[in-house]
Write a protein that binds this ligand. Structure first.
Ligand code: FMN
Length: 420
């Protein structure tokens, strides 16, 4: 990763970090280091269950303060006096288990973390961590809504592989993303998607360049449980986004059903359908310098979606009526207008290479990246790719089979020449 220096608010702030009994407790150690390195005074509160994951000595050594667990411990009064609680700027609960979230919502106070939550006037930020069944359980959803209504900021968990081996939403947000949200709150920076990068000072060959990437594959609903989709995982788009970030760019990614982990430092807008992807791209396009359309966007959608319920077998649907989706790049207002626009053409078989070139010219793109999806060893569901980079008036650049990250680097090399 390229070096990213984060401009922190100079004044030392007082932060209470609550750590609960989740497998993600180890990430709280990194978070504590980020906060203390930025000069903040952090006091850690651990639940009994969290001690099974990370011992208090680790937090004590890194925060420079004793860690009190038992609220009947006589030291709790001096370590967490009412003054500390009243004057703390932020109370951060990371990770927050389903159990602690439930108790906070219910107003229970059977440990020091929970009593402190009820007593503090600090801004409360909660970083849930649990498996996706727990996260989607109506009880947890209601508890989260209750805490939001009472003013807590929920730093949503990301999706990806969970500790239990399942895939889904529930992984605690990455420490750097949490740190960034804390920084925004302290600097009173708006948390809108466009402002997430705030005053991060970046260096690198793409410093100051705003890059918009689309990734993943859209889903077009048939009824409320079924959809038409494709095999794109979003990996290529994520590699492009990270390569641009590492070169110093400010990056936004429009992610269509990506199974990849969120990248700290990148603004991610999650979408599902081609229409949602188009709306997100339209709203971000005006403020970007480079657009990389790596998402596999469905060419068709179902014309009569059954939005409530499921088409039953007896209804014998013999034909699904499909209608074309929009051509997103062609429809962009202020098309081009100084921006570098890069398309991706996943074509079946080498013989379709010329189809990619036609798309490049017909859509007036600055560059197109062709890959052959007929091969099982590259492209969809593979960590490798083999690509040809085409640009009008230039020789094709062939990148022999290599990792998607390496392909992303070669594409970003060409982005740099186009910008220059
Ligand atoms: C290995 C292991 C991992 C766990 N991870 C989580 C988790 O990520 N999220 C969660 O809500 N509960 C998790 N639990 C269950 C909690 O530890 C348990 O509900 C505990 O009572 C939470 O207490 P606390 O909220 O007071 O820390 C895990 C339990 C075990 C044994």
């Amino acid at each position: 990763m390229a070096f990213i220096s984060i401009g922190m608010n100079n004044s030392r702030k007082s932060i209470i970090l609550g750590v609960t009994g989740s497998i993600a407790a180890y990430k709280a150690v990194d978070l504590l280091r980020l906060l203390t390195s930025a000069g903040h005074d952090v006091r850690v509160l651990q639940t009994e269950a969290s001690l099974r994951f990370v011992g208090e000595l680790t937090f004590q050594a890194l925060s420079g303060h004793p860690v009190v667990i038992d609220q009947f411990d006589p030291r709790s009064e001096s370590v967490f006096s009412h003054i500390d609680l009243a004057s703390a700027d932020i109370m951060l609960v990371a990770p927050a288990t389903a159990g602690t979230i439930g108790k906070m919502a219910a107003g229970l106070a059977d440990n020091l973390l929970l009593s402190s939550y009820l007593a503090t006037k600090a801004k409360v930020m909660i970083c849930p961590a649990m498996n996706q069944q727990m996260w989607n359980h109506p009880a947890v959803r209601e508890n989260i809504d209750t805490l939001k209504r009472r003013g807590a900021l929920i730093i949503e968990p990301g999706s990806g592989e969970l500790a239990c081996g399942d895939e889904g939403v529930g992984r605690m947000a990455e420490p750097r993303e949490i740190f960034e949200r804390v920084r925004q709150h302290l600097a009173d920076v708006p948390t809108s998607k466009a402002d997430v990068h705030g005053d991060i000072n970046r260096s690198g060959s793409l410093a100051g360049v705003r890059v918009l990437v689309t990734a993943g594959g859209t889903r077009e609903p048939i009824d409320s449980v079924r959809y038409i989709t494709n095999r794109s995982s979003g990996r290529m788009g994520m590699e492009l986004a990270e390569a641009a970030l590492d070169r110093g760019a400010r990056v936004t990614i429009v992610a269509a059903n990506c199974s990849t982990t969120r990248i700290p430092g990148i603004t991610q807008i999650d979408v599902e359908t081609a229409e949602e992807l188009e709306t997100a791209v339209e709203s971000e396009y005006e403020s970007c310098d480079v657009l990389l359309m790596a998402a596999a966007v469905s060419d068709y959608k179902v014309s009569d979606i059954m939005t409530m319920g499921k088409i039953e077998r007896e209804e014998s649907v013999s034909n699904l009526k499909l209608v074309p989706t929009s051509d997103i790049v062609a429809n962009l207002k202020n098309n081009g207008n100084g921006r570098v626009r890069i398309g991706f053409a996943a074509e079946h078989g080498e013989e379709n290479r010329e189809r990619a070139r036609r798309k490049l010219l017909d859509k007036g793109l600055d560059m197109i990246v062709f890959n052959d999806i007929s091969r099982a060893d590259i492209g969809f569901e593979s960590s490798d790719n083999e690509i040809t980079i085409m640009a009008p008036g230039r020789d094709d650049i062939f990148v022999e089979k290599t990792t998607k990250r390496e392909c992303a680097e070669r594409i970003m090399d060409q982005v740099e020449t186009l910008i220059a």
